[in-house]
Unconditional design. Structure first.
Length: 96
């Protein structure tokens, strides 16, 4: 048997869930209407072709610099790991 308090609690929760889902649907429809309205479109900034070339060049340079940092960082990490392995192997040979 279901207790009365439990049944009333479930009925109350179902009512609240219906209300919140209705509010969520309304907000979503309002948001899509605002996004699709013709007067609120975002305009692209006015950039000249020279500025665009400069931006593209800067982004390529940054990408190359980041790749270089990654490469040197990985070399350093692998070098340290190899040194530690050689030291551990040397200690192992000394004590055996």
């Amino acid at each position: 048997m279901v207790g009365e308090g439990f049944a009333f609690d479930m009925i109350r929760r179902m009512k609240l869930n219906r209300e919140t889902s209705r509010i969520r649907r309304e907000r979503a429809s309002e948001r899509t209407q605002r996004m699709l309205s013709a007067e609120n479109h975002y305009h692209l900034p006015d950039t000249t072709p020279e500025e665009m070339e400069k931006i593209i060049c800067q982004s390529k340079e940054k990408k190359e610099k980041d790749e270089s940092y990654f490469k040197w960082g990985s070399f350093i990490i692998f070098g340290v790991l190899i040194m530690l392995a050689l030291i551990a192997w040397g200690i192992f040979l000394i004590y055996n």
